[in-house]
Design a protein around this ligand. Structure first.
Ligand SMILES: [Fe+2]
Length: 427
């Protein structure tokens, strides 16, 4: 559990909040690159950490990310005309980079400063940096951002709760074969198959190793008489999960060399944008079917693929829960693995009161996350740099394996949890 005060501290991320200052030390995914497809394309709104912003690509293809509201009289620049190397306000025509004021005979635009954040484009995503310029971290060169486009996929979905309770669901391995399981082999509905190792394995023992980027951890599950099933994860500060997807297609995609993950970005304190990515580090690229994300509930069948990226199944329609399906086919009666996650996390209310919870050993990874975040607040307040702003996470891979009971995960899984050869661009 957390005290009320610490719960406030870790969940509030607006400008000037202690956790907000921590998150502003990292690259934050802001747009799918396809949302800003070409020079002078329509501007797109985005809200990050409580700040309303507008992104655009100027006439030369450079990306601008600025305060949504024109500094003149606060008109939304989303209405703006994207032309002549800037965003021109349609109200009085003060440009985004403020070089022109059509409504003033004597212009004073040189005195006006519009908040603008640096961006970088990597892995089909436009990332923003909202912190102090002199503290800009290494580029977000996760392995998935470095493989060819044929080998990666990224989507996003709006979730109606605080970023941290969504994140805590994502790094909790113990819920996955329970919440997401099917309860009969005779169903075509997505989920963790009842006959597969994830469900057949017993409750996991968690081991967490803190690293200089966050932590890595494993869920160790006894399987059958003489085997062990281990799933390893990474948590990269401040909001990235990397999880394995090599054994079977049950969790949406899955091949011998597939890895997936999420990034949970606060929109404001009661909403977050969940970024979903997967990639293959092997020879074979992803299929069209992989990109549909049918199993996990993030593809076009489940989520609008533009605008606010809202889920069709949401709290206003009780996530379309079907009690007959719950009785006969899946544990929840809700379709889509990540839809099930969103349902449970949104169902807790916008910001869960962690002073009322009762954690156990299966929550070790969640406890480690909170400790890292609270420590990072202290580090940043003391003028230091939080973990995960360097390059040590670039090679991190999440691996799952089934091996004989007498072996250990440190022998069989750990050696593969870091790529030996970094992708070229990440060197
Ligand atoms: Fe889940």
């Amino acid at each position: 559990m957390l005290t009320r005060e610490d719960n406030e501290l870790v969940t509030r991320t607006g400008p000037g909040t202690p956790m907000g200052e921590v998150l502003r030390r990292y690259w934050i995914p802001a747009f799918l690159a396809r949302e800003l497809p070409e020079p002078d394309c329509p501007p797109v709104r985005v809200q990050l950490l409580g700040e309303k912003l507008v992104g655009f690509r100027d006439s030369q293809g450079r990306i601008g990310l600025v305060d949504e509201f024109c500094p003149h009289r606060r008109a939304s620049l989303w209405f703006g005309r994207n032309e002549d190397m800037g965003l021109r306000c349609v109200y009085h025509d003060v440009e985004g980079n403020c070089v022109d004021q059509m409504n003033e005979p004597e212009q004073f635009c040189h005195k006006i400063h519009l908040t603008a954040y640096p961006t970088t484009e990597m892995g089909g995503v436009i990332w923003a940096y909202m912190g102090p310029r002199e503290r800009m971290p290494a580029p977000p060169a996760f392995e998935w951002t470095q493989v060819p486009e044929t080998h990666r996929h990224c989507s996003k979905v709006w979730e109606e709760c605080n970023w941290l309770q969504a994140l805590e669901g994502g790094i909790d391995t113990s819920h996955a074969p329970i919440l997401h399981r099917t309860i009969t082999p005779n169903t075509s509905r997505p989920g963790v198959p009842v006959q597969g190792p994830f469900v057949r394995g017993k409750a996991p023992t968690l081991e967490v190793d803190v690293t200089d980027y966050g932590y890595r951890y494993v869920g160790i599950r006894p399987l059958d008489e003489d085997k062990t099933y281990v799933r390893s994860y990474h948590f990269v500060m401040p909001f990235t999960q990397i999880r394995p997807q090599q054994l079977g297609r049950s969790m949406g995609g899955g091949d011998q060399t597939n890895i997936a993950g999420h990034i949970w970005v606060p929109v404001d304190d009661e909403n977050c944008m969940v970024w979903n990515w997967m990639y293959s580090y092997g020879e074979k690229g992803l299929s069209d079917e992989d990109r549909m994300e049918r199993g996990n509930g993030n593809g076009p069948d489940y989520v609008e693929q533009s605008g606010e990226f809202r889920s069709f199944r949401n709290k206003r329609n009780d996530w379309m829960i079907d009690r007959q399906v719950q009785r006969h086919e899946t544990f929840t009666g809700i379709d889509g693995v990540n839809t099930q996650d969103r349902a449970v996390q949104e169902g807790m209310g916008p910001i869960v009161d962690r002073s009322m919870e009762h954690l156990g050993p299966a929550d070790r990874a969640i406890i480690a996350t909170r400790r890292l975040l609270l420590d990072a607040v202290k580090t940043v307040q003391a003028g230091g740099s939080p973990p995960g702003v360097e390059t040590s996470y670039y090679s991190a891979r999440a691996i799952e394996k089934i091996f004989p009971r007498h072996d250990t995960w440190r022998q069989t899984v750990l050696p593969e949890m870091y790529a030996e050869e970094l992708p070229v661009a990440a060197k």
